[in-house]
Design a protein around this ligand. Sequence first.
Ligand code: ADP
Ligand code: MG
Length: 366
Amino acid sequence: MTLGNSLSVVNATKYYKKFKAVDDVNLTVNQGEFLTILGPSGSGKTSLLKLIAGFEQLSNGSIMLNHQDISNKKPYERQIGMLFQNYALFPHMTVFDNIAYPLSLRKMAKEEVKQKVESILKLIHLEEYAQRYPEQLSGGQQQRVALARAIVFNPPLLLLDEPLGALDKQLRKQMQLEIKQIQEHVGITTVSVTHDQEEALTMSDKICVMNKGRIEQVDSPEMLYKQPKNRFVAEFIGEINLIKGQVVSVIDGNAMVKVNEDMSVHIEMNKDASKEMKNKSMLIGLRPENIQIARDQTQFHNTIRVRVLETIYVGEAINIKTKMDTGEEIMAKIPAHMSEMIVKGEEILLGWNSKDACLIPDETTI
Ligand code: ADP
Ligand code: MG
């Protein structure tokens, strides 16, 4: 089932007086897709969502829903479903009446309302709770009812703004999966806003990383993680080591990057990776979890001898803080059962394969 429409944001700019909160944003969300806008506080996420919903007027650009320009439509004319952190249920209405509200508003026949509400109650696993009041539900159940209310009238688009922000961590994780399941089942096009990278990675088909009102990168969770386009994205999503290097050669998507006189690193990139990288200063991006302890120098494409500065236990893994000869630090994350091999102050050999690192422009040298 696919209910939603495609959404395009075209050259969207929003000024609050002289302050540019959204800066020439271009974004397409395909029908049925779940896109998350991810960025730090103040990066313009909510402003962009409000432009889509119609709560704020564009200073420039347009919003297209199903290829139609809706920029000048009032919020209620857009018929968009919304779920916000503090989008409270009506406390004096039952669960049934809360969900039925958007349908009654649209003057739907009673029998049809009953059918629709009952079917969506089944979907959110709250059939038995129809006659309860919101205060008789847990936080997670209330949020599911709010979600049902937001989609019961078959909106073309669902907007979520930090909908799980008020819930504790455990419940948030569970709700992420539930919302995603419901969204997939209904097939509704969804734009969600969060500052929580884990939430974005769990729920999204595509993530749009925002910073200072601008889009830094739009990609699948996997691509964002493996091929961040710049330093901001690399550091905002997960942990990463960034090591300065000079590109010596790029052949068939394989780059050789010199870190110092004694050390070069091999990196496998997309085949279309530009040859223009040659001789450029770049940053080698290396996720701590992609680094392993090496037996010898032949076990991985790349190995490096480092000194252990510190070990930090994080349950299933240990984070090892190490230092290269050059003085640069490298963090590695290895399975906890290998901890006995690591002694603070001693040297170890770290290794990783060429597909497990990426190259990022070194903005300090541009
Ligand atoms: P986010 O949701 O990413 O935290 P917002 O879109 O809420 O960011 O805000 C982006 C920037 O725009 C912030 O600096 C914020 O202070 C400013 N801003 C948001 N709304 C208004 C407003 N109504 N008037 C003036 N400035 C605003
Ligand atoms: Mg916000």
